[in-house]
Design a protein. Structure first.
Length: 87
């Protein structure tokens, strides 16, 4: 069974900024996405916590290079219908 069998698809959500900071004894990676809602302009979203700075730095660089984060959503499928003239 894969993600497609569950009726989901993966897409990239574009991000604008990535930041790495020290918080509560761990390194926190946060990103800012392109605003979908009003408060998204100021909100930072968590990507992960790391104990080691080097691991956090590498993840932040990968995230910035990809330019987006992976998300899942329900599949959106559209099919063309056969139109048959039934006169």
């Amino acid at each position: 069974m894969n993600i497609s069998d569950l009726g989901l698809e993966i897409f990239y959500e574009p991000i604008t900024d990535v930041r790495l900071r020290f918080q509560s004894g761990k390194w926190l990676i946060e990103y800012r996405r392109e605003p979908r809602y009003y408060f998204d302009k100021w909100w930072w979203f968590d990507d992960g916590l790391y104990h080691d700075y080097n691991d956090a730095y590498v993840r932040a660089q990968i995230l910035a290079a990809e330019g987006g984060v992976k998300r899942t959503r329900p599949k959106q499928q559209q099919f063309k219908a056969n139109t048959v003239n039934t006169k």
